[in-house]
Ligand binder design. Structure first.
Ligand code: PHE
Length: 457
């Protein structure tokens, strides 16, 4: 093995890959972002569209990214460069790498908040709260301290960087394997508590009984962005992770398991949030702070609330960590592969970039004006980053990846990659139809729609 190959690394096993990819997918996207975006966009109607997009767009794009990654064994830029040297397709990879840093910058801010909340809960800050409004006041005070938000951002990027510097197999797999199942069990317990609160049924209705009249171009765009964000698609994270999978593994069943676990966790998070939210008379459209207000309100009404509260925020931080690892891994693998940088150097520089870009996001939620309410858009800097990198960039990236696979590289080549070593791909005609027609057309229509209606954010 050359030193460069050693620097790339590979997965220990198929199960190891699924756990790591699910670790990338499952994170704040499911538990922080999904409920608040669903709450702002009509509840159950959003959930319905979200699930349709996960199946018809997310799954085929995930299969495609994994196939590109495994075929080329490269980072997103290098993958397109290897397949069509010097063509414009490299820039799809380039956009992905930049998007990775952009998402990491605000994602690590929220991840830092979860760490901060872990300590706050242990300290007993929530033991005497009696209403949702009190929990909301605590969150407002928490975000109003810029030094705290920045320190937590630094802490989170530092932990991510240390693990990514440690290499793929050893670092990522070990962590995800043990902790993700515990998160799942804790969420089930919380969902049961939330659903059995007095007044919870209105929340269930809001979350599960679709009101089709609430669907509009904005809801479609947000559901698309959320599906891609939650599945880590459209920026090459799955190209990068796919580059570490063995030829013998079945990409389709691997992708399907990741999609399945990710969706279950998101749905479960909604079952935790909405019943409690309505029981406490909070506003479902309350925005990015929702999880930090609703969860502590539930713990206050549980025996052993401190234990559960501390547990869930710690595991949330870990779930976020397995996602930030993949966000950082994308630009790092680019510099390791293409620029032949040592892994450590790439980690240091990319972490610094994410930190600098993350600074305005870190202080934006608590700022009394300026960054918390930008001129023109009317909302905060973190929300703007979230919309640009977390929604639009991923949607454009996925559109281009679908066009690339369906028309440029060719569906036949992708299918051949999937069927390597005798693996059967039964739904290859369905996949071909989805990737050539459904994905690009649906994403393009949504874009035209929001441009025409001006419903950007
Ligand atoms: N999917 C992750 C989450 O839901 C976030 C993420 C997006 C990670 C894009 C990698 C790439 O938390």
């Amino acid at each position: 093995m050359t030193p460069i190959e050693q620097d790339r690394g590979s997965w220990g096993s198929k199960a190891g890959f699924i756990i790591a990819a699910a670790g990338s997918a499952i994170g704040l996207g499911n538990i922080w972002r999904f409920p608040y975006v669903a709450g702002q966009n009509g509840g159950a109607a959003f959930v319905l569209i979200y699930i349709i997009f996960v199946v018809l767009i997310g799954l085929p794009v995930m299969i495609t990214e994994l196939a590109i990654g495994r075929h080329t064994k490269k980072n997103p830029w290098g993958a397109f460069e290897l397949l069509f040297p010097k063509s414009v397709w490299r820039f799809v990879g380039g956009l992905g790498i930049f998007t990775g840093i952009g998402i990491l910058s605000f994602y690590a801010v929220i991840a830092g908040f979860t760490l901060g909340y872990f300590f706050k809960i242990i300290k007993g800050d929530f033991s005497s709260i009696a209403s949702g409004d009190q929990a909301a006041a605590i969150f407002t005070a928490f975000t109003a301290n810029p030094y705290l938000a920045i320190s937590l951002l630094v802490a989170f990027i530092l932990i991510t960087g240390l693990i990514v510097a440690g290499g793929v197999s050893a670092g990522i797999e070990r962590w995800s394997k043990i902790l993700m199942p515990i998160l799942f069990v804790l969420l089930i317990v919380l969902a049961i508590r939330s659903i059995t609160l007095e007044g919870a049924s209105k929340g269930l209705e809001f979350y599960l009984k679709p009101d089709i009249s609430k669907i509009n171009p904005g809801v479609l765009a947000r559901a698309l962005g959320q599906a891609l964000f939650s599945l880590s698609l459209g920026m090459g994270a799955m190209i990068t992770y796919g580059s570490y999978i063995s030829r013998k593994d079945n990409l389709v069943t691997s992708a399907a398991s990741v999609v399945f676990f990710d969706t279950i966790i998101a749905i479960l998070a909604g079952l935790v949030m909405f019943p409690a939210l309505f029981a406490m008379g909070l506003d479902p459209a309350g925005g990015a702070g929702l999880v930090f207000v609703v969860l502590p309100s539930i713990f206050a009404k549980m025996p052993g609330g401190i234990l559960f509260g501390a547990g869930i925020f710690l595991l949330l931080a870990v779930a976020a960590l397995t996602s930030t690892i993949s966000l950082l891994e994308v630009p790092v693998s680019y510099f390791v592969d293409e620029k032949k940088w040592p892994r450590k150097k790439a980690v240091i520089w990319m972490s610094v970039a994410a930190f600098v870009m993350g600074l305005p996001s870190a202080v934006s939620l608590g700022a009394s004006d300026g960054l918390s309410k930008l001129p023109l858009v009317g909302f905060g800097f973190l929300d703007l980053m979230n919309a640009i990198f977390g929604n639009y960039s991923l949607s454009i990236g996925s559109l281009l990846i679908a066009v690339f696979a369906g028309y440029k590289w060719g569906a036949k080549v992708v299918i051949a990659e999937i069927q390597k070593e005798g693996v059967a791909f039964q739904l290859k005609h369905v996949w071909t139809f989805l990737i050539r027609f459904v994905c690009p057309v649906a994403i393009a229509i949504i874009f035209v729609y929001i441009i025409v209606t001006g419903n950007y954010f």
